[in-house]
Design a protein. Structure first.
Lengths: 364, 130
């Protein structure tokens, strides 16, 4: 039965040939490590978000009077509704952790260097879109936390003279965060962002596939790399096939992702759900000690510390631009970060600063 | 040929971009309530009352020895609503720890300018704001 089906498919699309040339024939350098699978784990996490999101859409009502109630309905009345929403919430935070680890590991391994500058840039864009997904998504439950987080975020452009107020009005659809803002963010979350995200993912994968996977800058094979003067597909003499070897590593990491998701849901369900997330929005009462999601704690704390609003926001925008364009700024041919102590120290200081600001923001 | 192509492309893009931006821009809001009247006896000395003027949350404070003042509760930093700290006699923003005095002036924290003040007059037992 299975053989007949397989032969039938093979007759029509040349399945064996596809597997031999595109999967087994695609070679992965021997020096790659487990961190190289994080990109596919992030994509898998996105797929989980999409599927659970579709199911949430069945009950969610994007209206200020109904949004909070409909989310409560999902959590308390709809059979296993709480599970679908919890997967959506927990997977979104874990996805951001995976994406951050992916970017950090790519940086440490020097894999953003020529000819992979555009691949890094697209990955950075995907990280920003993921953050926009989170931001637009957490207004939707219309809770105290979501309302005030959105108020703060949409106020950020007001730091800029002349056009700042206009941009804020454009984002909110008026002077304040209202039902119009909810509709805009809902449309952004479910209709505008997904095709943009998937389009960039497609490009990102295309670049990786065409150029081939890199090796860590500190590995043996990286020492013998030739400078890139024209397009060539990287070949590694001691390589292994993408399928099944690398696919198995990816499967292991995806299983770990699932294990973590369900562990948090079962044993730490409030880990990503503070009290303000379960209180309906009140536009006339900012909750005391309101905090953003963990991934916005560092910028939040920085805004508290820097007394000048324009300066505080400008410095963060400059850091984002620097992050996106880093491969075009860092033109050194040395890929091994261990041979570049200044860059290593700068990276560790920035990473440490981010961790300190996050913890400080959480407990301040 | 390329000039024509450029001109028509620019016309097409411009003609599409303008309505798109106009579509996304919010429609003008109606003015809403321009004044709010409250009973003077509802605020004791040193206490405050929160009201809404149009769409703006406002706080009316009876400052000891200085009389009433009406201030916007919208923090000038990033738009959270300030709370009245009755013991310390100041207004505190819970989001980024901006602190204002009872005149609306910035005492500490990141707010770039004072809280907006609204005109207020007392007529008999009524306080009229706006």
């Amino acid at each position: 039965m299975w053989k007949t089906l397989r032969d039938g498919i093979d007759l029509r699309i040349g399945l064996k040939d596809l597997i031999e040339t595109k999967l087994k024939g695609y070679r992965i350098p021997k020096d790659t490590n487990i961190f190289y699978t994080l990109g596919i784990v992030a994509l898998f996490a996105y797929m989980i978000m999409a599927v659970t999101g579709y199911f949430l859409l069945i009950y969610y009502i994007p209206h200020t009077e109904q949004a909070f109630k409909s989310v409560q309905l999902i959590m308390t009345k709809v059979p296993y509704g709480w599970l679908v929403r919890m997967i959506h919430i927990v997977a979104s935070s874990l996805m951001l952790i995976v994406v951050s680890l992916h970017m950090i590991s790519i940086f440490i391994m020097g894999s953003y260097k020529r000819p992979r500058e555009v691949t890094w840039f697209l990955g950075g864009l995907l990280m920003l879109i993921t953050l926009t997904f989170c931001l637009s998504g957490y207004l939707l439950p219309w809770s105290q936390r979501s309302y005030w987080a959105t108020t703060v975020t949409t106020s950020i452009p007001t730091a800029f003279p002349v056009i700042g107020d206009y941009i804020t009005r454009l984002l909110r659809g008026g002077e304040h965060v209202t039902g119009v803002t909810l509709s805009r963010f809902f449309a952004l979350h479910v209709a505008f962002l997904p095709p943009i995200f998937l389009g960039i993912v497609g490009l990102h994968i295309f670049f990786i596939w065409r150029i081939g996977l890199s090796t860590p800058g500190f590995s043996k094979s990286a020492q013998h790399e030739q400078p890139w003067t024209g397009y060539r597909r990287t070949t590694y003499p001691e390589s292994y096939p993408f399928y099944p070897n690398f696919v198995l590593k990816e499967a292991l990491m995806i299983t770990i992702f699932f294990a973590l998701t369900f562990f948090i849901i079962s044993f730490m369900p409030n880990f990503f759900m503070p009290e303000a997330a379960n209180t309906p929005a009140n536009p006339f009462k900012t909750p005391v000690h309101v905090k953003p999601e963990w991934y916005f704690l560092a910028p939040y704390q920085l805004l508290r510390l820097i007394p000048n609003k324009l300066f505080g926001i400008t410095i963060q925008i400059l850091l984002i631009i620097l992050f996106l364009l880093w491969p075009f700024i860092d033109r050194s041919e040395e890929r091994n970060i261990l041979k570049r102590p200044l860059l290593l120290v700068l990276f560790l200081v920035l990473l440490g600063l981010w961790v300190v600001l996050t913890i400080w923001g959480r407990y301040s | 040929m390329s000039l024509l192509f450029g001109v028509f492309s620019a016309t097409a893009v411009g003609s599409l971009a303008y309505p798109l931006i106009r579509y996304l821009a919010p429609p003008e809001e109606e003015a809403g309530i321009k004044t709010v009247t409250i009973d003077k006896r509802s605020i004791l000395t040193g206490k405050a009352k929160e009201v809404v003027l149009g769409t703006t949350p406002v706080i009316i404070i009876d400052r000891p020895g200085k009389g009433y003042i009406a201030l916007s509760r919208v923090c000038t930093h990033l738009g959270c609503l300030v709370n009245y700290d009755e013991e310390e006699k100041r207004l505190v923003c819970p989001c980024h720890a901006g602190i204002y005095d009872l005149e609306g002036r910035v005492l500490s924290g990141p707010p770039p300018r004072p809280l907006q003040q609204f005109p207020l007059r007392v007529e008999g037992n009524k306080i009229i704001v706006g």
